[in-house]
Write a protein that binds this ligand. Structure first.
Ligand SMILES: [Zn+2]
Length: 104
């Protein structure tokens, strides 16, 4: 499955299961995605001067790509997509359930 930055995905496993969000980052190296609003990790930082008062920093942690699915707006659910090449040679990802195209 190909996932690109900017895709909308649904988390299907782990503590953020059910969370839907946009892929902010995809790392092919680690096979992990950063999904907006999912797998939020809080870090407590110490104050370092007036510009950096410290406190609690929240940021999204990486999620294994096998734990997310591309979101189909027509199905309103996470779906499996297949790669389809049309007669013009244009590649697109198509929902296997409802046949709607992900890429416009
Ligand atoms: Zn669909």
């Amino acid at each position: 499955m190909r996932i690109k930055t900017g895709d909308t995905v649904v988390v299907i496993a782990g503590k953020s299961k059910g969370v839907k969000g946009q892929v902010l980052k995809y790392s092919a190296k680690t096979n992990k995605v950063i999904v907006e609003g999912a797998n939020i990790q809080t870090r407590h930082t110490k104050p370092r001067g007036p510009k950096n008062p410290g406190g609690i920093v929240k940021s999204e942690g990486g999620i294994d790509i096998s734990n997310v699915m591309l979101y189909c707006s027509k199905c309103d659910a996470g779906r499996r997509f297949s790669n389809v090449v049309d007669s013009n040679g244009n590649k697109s990802r198509v929902c296997v359930k409802c046949n709607s195209k992900l890429d416009k």
